[in-house]
Design a binder for this molecule. Structure first.
Ligand code: SF4
Length: 364
């Protein structure tokens, strides 16, 4: 099936056209190791909660956004949940049903809603309770596995309702290192504009999709993301704020951010992928502005090395410069997408899967 797909430009290669620098055996080893580490972490969260919470919230999670921006394929290929989701397919006992229509249409909204509920809940319970966090991880493991048991490809979880997916997509839209997807052999077309199928074109295709509701959901997430991230760090949780007040304040920050986004869109009328990356990378910069002190604290606990306040400011400045550079190259990519893929007169490039849900040709 894949051989019949037209060749696409090298700028937006599909996953089977991206050079494989890491062998499948090595990926499998990394994936199995990831599952063992995740299960060990769950054990530690249950029985040594302070250690587990420290590893999860003060080392692992703070590093993930950087991975999503620089080399998102590393996480897409090694995420323990993705591997668990794919076990039924690997061993040939998945039912392989089509991705449910509700996931195709509303999956992104379900994903970012779960993300906001879970991240907000960190301030209420998960930041302080190892047991609750461990139970949450186990519930997600079971749901992920069930998704893979019934739905084909990664449509039952990873590429539809995974709460991390919207973040991966907005941060990972112009990766510095592109790694080919190693899960799908072959692609079974489970997802519209799949990130795993074409990591360089997926987010742009989202924005230029003729289905306006699809694009609107992506914009909606981008619009309130920086406000939400800011609110996470500056709105105090219980007991300083009762839960309802904390949520109201966080919603207010998110709404203000969203209003700014849509006002800018109304006034400036930018091209489709100008504001989403701007708001996405602003969320990223805000995140690291507040996270560098946390990482510095972790470094001190692990190694005894203490970063001065000046060094932390330098790191913050560097991440802002890095974000600006990322934004410039992301805008340049949109320009190329418009001129080399969407422009009238260029040949039709099939950038996405040739199967059912995934069959979307970029029209010329
Ligand atoms: S659309 Fe294809 S490449 Fe993407 S997750 Fe589904 S099976 Fe894998």
């Amino acid at each position: 099936m894949e051989d019949s797909i037209n060749s696409s430009t090298n700028l937006f290669p599909r996953y089977m056209e991206i050079p494989r620098k890491i062998s499948d055996t090595m990926w499998r080893f990394i994936q199995v190791a990831g599952v063992i580490i995740a299960l060990a972490l769950t054990y530690v969260l249950f029985f040594y909660p302070d250690t587990g919470l420290f590893i999860l919230w003060k080392i692992a999670v703070p590093l993930l956004p950087l991975v999503f921006v620089v080399v998102p394929g590393l996480w897409r290929n090694s995420c323990p949940l993705a591997f668990i989701n794919q076990i039924p397919r690997i061993f040939g006992f998945t039912k392989g049903l089509n991705t449910p229509a509700i996931f195709v249409k509303y999956g992104y909204m379900i994903a970012f809603s779960i993300l906001f509920i879970l991240v907000t809940s960190r301030k209420i319970i998960f930041n302080s309770s190892g047991e609750a966090t461990a139970i949450l991880i186990l519930i997600i493991v079971v749901l992920t596995f069930i998704g893979g048991l019934f739905i084909k490809g990664k449509g039952g979880f990873c590429s539809s309702i995974c709460p991390v997916l919207p973040v991966e997509r907005i941060y990972g839209q112009s990766p510095f290192i592109v790694l080919p997807n190693m899960h799908c052999r072959p692609c079974v077309g489970c997802t519209v504009y799949c990130y795993d199928y074409n990591p360089s074109a997926a987010y742009l295709a989202d924005q230029y999709y003729e289905n306006k509701f699809h694009s609107f959901l992506r914009k909606l997430f981008a619009s309130f993301f920086p406000g939400y991230v800011l609110s996470y760090f500056i709105v105090a949780g219980p007991p300083d704020n009762p839960v309802f007040l904390m949520i109201a304040k966080m919603l207010m920050f998110s709404a203000c951010s969203s209003i700014i986004f849509f006002l800018l869109e109304l006034i400036i009328k930018p091209s489709a992928n100008k504001l989403p990356p701007l708001f996405g990378i602003t969320a990223f910069s805000i995140y690291y502005w507040f996270t560098f002190p946390i990482l510095s604290e972790s470094l001190f606990v692990l190694s005894g090395i203490k970063l001065s306040a000046e060094v932390i400011y330098v790191l913050r400045f560097l991440i802002i410069l890095f974000s600006l550079y990322w934004l410039i190259r992301t805008y340049a990519k949109e320009k190329k997408f418009i001129s080399e893929i969407l422009a009238p007169g260029v040949p039709v490039f099939t950038l996405f899967s040739s199967d059912k849900v995934g069959k979307i040709e970029v029209k010329v």
